[in-house]
Design a protein around this ligand. Structure first.
Ligand code: TXA
Ligand code: MG
Length: 334
């Protein structure tokens, strides 16, 4: 159900959850000082408690208050990229409830680049914890309509901020500083801001750091092999010359393998066979492709065909496509 700003504020202050627009994807928000509201985020999404939440702030000083150690690197990145699609993972302060950090000593923080979101956080005068508003494991919502459909069975209050401009979730950067004051950075989730860009920014500010390429699993508990899944099975195909016959064979053998592996895909039923598919076609500009990605996956899932196929061509393997390909890899049947 769509609500106006005044009601949205009342809903949050009462300890209820609210679907909130951001520039990346819609979030399911609750005040960080209301544990009952935080619990409702998990129950509404069907999210397990081991997966921590991102805290959204309306200014940098609010971000500092959430962290027990706010290094110069965080200050430089926040000044450069906020408001914007960069989430910083730092040691948490006492303001951060265990439900938010899922038992980790850290907190993920970002300042979203959406006027409505910033105004709401400022007015309630409290940071808001918000994961993407989709049901657990599914495609993130990038419009109010997606949310109306996702929660058709049990409507949730939605603040309509129009279609999301970035379209995929923020880049998540872990910043770890050791006792010798050395800083290690690690990308926990790729997004529209790349590690190369971040390194450039920090080098220009004469800051020292190292970048970890392989990420310790305990640092990124939300990194699941299957995620962002549309409601029809998605397949990636690198063979651009494949025949229909072979394509169907490939899809069906992957389905059999996954059903046998007992993966819990709601799209897949035992003995289900793919007889028809739609092709996911993305714009050649990765920024536009990202903006349209989830809306296209949702739209194709509504068509009568059994499945969705995306043909991966050489351009999709370049750096500017990494964040999109990460989503497609995780969303596809492997
Ligand atoms: O663009 C975005 O980041 C969107 C909008 C709504 O802000 N939010 C979003 O939240 O994508 P969510 O919960 O769907 O994904 C956040 C990811 C999860 O995989 C979670 O595990 C990870 O961030 N995360 C949260 N806190 C963390 C922490 N302290 N350490 C490591 N990972 C963390
Ligand atoms: Mg999510």
């Amino acid at each position: 159900m769509i609500v106006n700003t005044t009601d949205a504020i009342k809903i949050l202050n009462k300890g209820e959850v609210l679907a909130l627009p951001t520039e990346t994807v819609y979030g399911l928000a609750a005040r960080i000082d209301k544990p009952e509201a935080l619990k409702k985020i998990f129950s509404t999404k069907g999210r397990p408690f081991f997966d921590p939440l991102i805290v959204h702030v309306s200014n940098i000083s609010q971000a500092r208050s959430l962290s027990s150690n706010w290094p110069k690197i965080a200050e430089v990145l926040a000044n450069k990229y906020w408001p914007g699609p960069l989430t910083l993972v730092l040691p948490k302060s006492k303001l951060v409830d265990e439900l938010i950090s899922a038992g980790l000593p850290t907190v993920a923080i970002r300042l979203p680049n959406h006027e409505l979101a910033i105004n709401i956080i400022e007015t309630v005068n409290c940071p808001l914890a918000a994961p993407s508003a989709n049901k657990f494991g599914r495609t993130s919502p990038t419009s109010a309509q997606h949310l109306i459909e996702e929660y058709a069975d049990k409507p949730i209050p939605i603040l309509n901020g129009g279609p999301c401009q970035i379209g995929i979730e923020s880049t998540i950067l872990s910043i770890q500083t050791n006792s010798e004051n050395k800083t290690k950075l690690a990308i926990l989730r790729k997004g529209s801001i790349s590690i190369e860009e971040i390194q450039e920014t920090l080098k220009s500010a004469n800051l020292e750091f190292t970048v970890e390429n392989s990420v310790d699993k305990t640092l990124a508990p939300g990194n699941m092999p299957y995620h962002y899944m549309p409601s029809k099975p998605l397949f990636l195909c690198e063979d651009l010359k494949i025949t229909y016959d072979r394509l169907f064979k490939m899809c069906n053998s992957l389905i059999l393998r996954n059903v046998n592996n007992k993966h819990q895909f709601t799209q897949l039923k035992p003995n289900q066979k793919i007889h028809s598919f739609n092709e996911l076609r993305l714009d050649t500009n990765p920024n536009i492709a990202a903006r349209e990605l989830y809306a296209k996956l949702r739209e194709l899932s509504k068509r009568p065909q059994d499945a969705i196929v995306f043909f991966v061509d050489p351009k999709h393997k370049t750096t500017s496509w990494q964040a999109i390909m990460d989503r497609l890899q995780k969303a596809s049947i492997k």
